[in-house]
Design a protein around this ligand. Sequence first.
Ligand code: FES
Ligand SMILES: [Fe+2]
Length: 375
Amino acid sequence: MLKNNWYVACDATEVPVGKPKQVQLLGHKVVLFRDSGGAIRALSDICVHRGASLAEGRVTDGCVECPYHGWRYNGEGACTVIPAHPDVSVPKRVRVDAYPVAERFGWVWVYMGGLPEAERPPLPDVAEYTDPDRRAVRGSFLWKANYGRVVENGVDFAHAAFVHPSFGDRSRPEIKEFEMEEREWSAHARIAMRPPAFRGLWKRLRPNERPDVVARPEWHVAGLAIILRIQITPKWSNVLIDVNTPIDEHTTLTHWILLRNFFTSKFFDRDTYKRNIKIFEQDHAVISKLTPTELPTRVQDEYSVRADGMMVAFRKKRAELYRRGWGLDSHAYERDYQGRKAAVIASPARREDPKGWVFPEAPELVLPPDRLAAD
Ligand code: FES
Ligand SMILES: [Fe+2]
């Protein structure tokens, strides 16, 4: 898994005033709470005193209060009060890692890493999100699958003909056009596909001549986001914003927003929601059973063809980030730490003061060069 990246933890509405909330990102527990100004804060959810979960405590004076002995931590992660010794000033080392937080698309994004702002991957922009002519439906989906498999599936179009009868046609599976552009923090493609004719209400969208559907998928490092624009007719299109959060190596939580500019009355929301969940369920049936469960680190460990370009680009980018030291060795973590020793993902404050912390950093993924993606 990749540290030093932004991940969506939850909807902003899931963090109420006055009550902490626990989320899990990259196998690590994080507590979210609102400070006295109402801003959402994110801290490592392991109290440095005796390891209690701060999320089980309460919010007092803009701080999160540990449920065990009442130590209070502010939004920067510094302990402000040790109730058993009110006269002693709290040592600097009594602190937990505090992670940068952003809100976008109604979601809480947490930066699970230690790099300064200029070195963090940029959050994706989606102009259609604020388009008043679009209607949004939101949801989430929990995958029993590795995040890398989920991301690749999201930018894979050749599977539609075989997995999604509602928009793919197994008698016409060819990818007719495929263009792709790789950028520093994202990749963008344009793909023309032949869809099946729709029945019933959907016939109004596309009468029987069955024109090609043009899809423009993007993946972004930040949030492991996928932005998918599907042009159904010259006027009608869907835009899917889908972010993929690794809960651990085997579990991925997707938050999604589908923005449509047709059938925009509320009446059609339920149908749109159900249709999208059904698509995820069709994907889940396949990608929860892939071997190996995790995405291989090398491109050549599986056979790829031209239509897989977006996936190959993702694997290469991930390998490049591993080379930069962004990888978390979750297997070493499970083996050497879990249940025995606390370890956390380093926050930006550790740069200035790498030694003054109670818990060590989680082990970094170090792969020998030949195990990294080859060109
Ligand atoms: S464990 Fe948190 S205050 Fe003791
Ligand atoms: Fe799919």
